[in-house]
Design a protein around this ligand. Structure first.
Ligand code: LLP
Length: 432
């Protein structure tokens, strides 16, 4: 569940008061707080939507790679969609079986391919081929390892980007050419796979974009994908079709569909098109974690200048890059609401030396006398928050607090400033 406001005005996530978390000296702010139980429930709900049909929910680890979260999703039977050797290693150590891993990415290094091919007894479930040029590279690494690598072809089905109903800043569409094998290159790709004894084509996949708030574009892409699977399955021993991730969440502007709606519509189409025996894969990231994480920040000071009201907080674009990078809007609310306080519109900004370190304009309580706004929560920060964080400006990585069963079950302390100082002093020292 996303955070709720209690009758006393305090914001609660996973039955825990966020005021208590924000004021707990063990964590400090900025701090990400996650409801691990709600994340596991997302995994269970999505898996249930397949109604016993063969499937894989491959959680896109890039959205949030914290161990307790990847472990919780693995524990409810999710696999992993990874995009680097490090993410692959993490997923396996969190209990995902090699069989349940798909590896996407347009530029996998030879070392990463070796890791994927060498995992478990038969390599990972599938290496997603994203270019014709990658095929001989994977074949050579598999052959050197004496293994047959399972691969899938990630096709770019050429769905009209306008029809996707997602925000242009977070649609992968705008640089789509980088991703997947274009339809025009598919015959060549299939020919190459067919003559490579060290490769077995087990699936076909596509991923059309992120933050989709309607099923139509996703299903249209799946239709193209399924038609393609039908065409080639007599030649290749396909075991799955992978319709990708992209299920949207409600950032405050509404999202009438649940992840399960995408799955049900796609599964129905799959059966209708005569592919019901194949496993259906999906690769959700954001929708598993986004609404179940908040970023807590303390107010450092207010500023009134040239008629503008500013609220300066201790979280910046290095902690949550989405507003700076995509002009994404996250709701910002006081952690403890003082019902008597008047409210004004404030520009909420962080301490980073960039004008884009700006979380937008939000209605927040004014300070009056001893009643001051102390902390705020930036909502829907569970996906692509910490995982995209950086230490720019010598800033710490935020703390992370994990909630389950109504209590704190673990935390990542903020990285100490001294760690950054030492790291930068060590720069260049290796050859001296
Ligand atoms: N599969 C593939 C091949 C992907 O490229 C992605 C996301 C996913 C799955 C997961 O998509 P999701 O279910 O999370 O939408 N940093 C951006 C989002 C980038 C998405 C990149 N690819 C953001 O903060 O909005």
């Amino acid at each position: 569940m996303p955070p709720l406001r209690r009758s006393d005005g305090v914001l609660v996530l996973g039955h825990v008061s966020l005021a208590e978390v924000a004021r707990d000296p063990r964590f400090g702010t900025p701090a990400y707080v996650y409801d691990v139980d709600a994340i596991a429930a997302e995994g269970r709900e999505l898996r249930a939507a397949f109604e016993q049909a063969p499937h894989l929910v491959a959680y896109a680890v890039k959205a949030n790679s914290a161990g307790p979260i990847v472990k919780a999703l693995a524990a409810v039977g999710c696999g992993a969609d990874v995009v680097s050797g490090a993410e692959l290693t993490l997923a396996l150590r969190c209990g995902v079986s090699p069989e349940a891993v798909v590896f996407s990415g347009v530029a996998k290094t030879s070392a990463e391919l070796d890791l994927a091919i060498g995992s478990g007894t038969a390599g990972i479930g599938s290496i997603q081929v994203e270019s014709v040029e990658e095929i001989p590279r994977i074949a050579a690494r598999a052959s050197a390892a004496g293994r047959v690598a399972r691969v899938s072809l990630r096709i770019n089905p050429g769905v009209d980007k306008e029809a996707l109903d997602t925000h242009s800043y977070i649609a992968t569409g705008h640089d789509e050419a980088k991703f997947g094998v274009p339809l025009s290159s598919v015959p060549e790709a299939l020919g190459l796979v067919a003559i490579s004894p060290s490769l077995r084509l087990v699936g076909v996949g596509s991923h059309v974009g992120s933050q989709l708030t309607a099923v139509d574009g996703y299903v249209a892409s799946a239709r193209a994908l399924f038609a393609f699977a039908r065409e080639i399955r007599a030649r290749f021993p396909l075991t799955f079709v992978d319709a990708g991730g992209g299920f949207g969440i409600d950032y405050g502007e509404g999202c009438p569909v649940r992840p399960a709606d995408f799955v049900r519509a796609t599964r129905a189409l799959q059966v209708e098109m005569g592919l019901g025996d194949l496993a259906l894969y999906c690769e959700p990231g954001r929708s598993m974690v986004g609404a179940h994480g908040v970023l807590l920040a303390s107010v450092i000071q207010r500023k009134l200048a040239e008629g503008r009201r500013w609220t300066m907080i201790d979280a910046g674009m290095n902690d949550l890059m989405r507003p700076a990078l995509y002009q994404a809007r996250h709701r910002i609310v006081p952690i403890a609401l003082d019902a008597a306080a008047s409210v004004s519109a404030y520009h909420v900004v962080g301490p980073v030396c960039e004008s884009s370190d700006d979380f937008g304009v939000h209605d927040l309580p004014d300070d009056a006398g001893s009643s001051r706004l102390r902390e705020v929560a930036i909502l829907d920060a569970g996906a692509y928050g910490y995982s995209m964080g950086s230490r720019y400006n010598g800033r710490a990585m935020a703390a992370e607090v994990f909630l389950s069963g109504g209590k704190v079950i673990g935390a990542t302390p903020r990285s100490p400033a001294e760690e950054w100082v030492q790291d930068r002093l060590r720069a260049g020292a290796a050859l001296v």
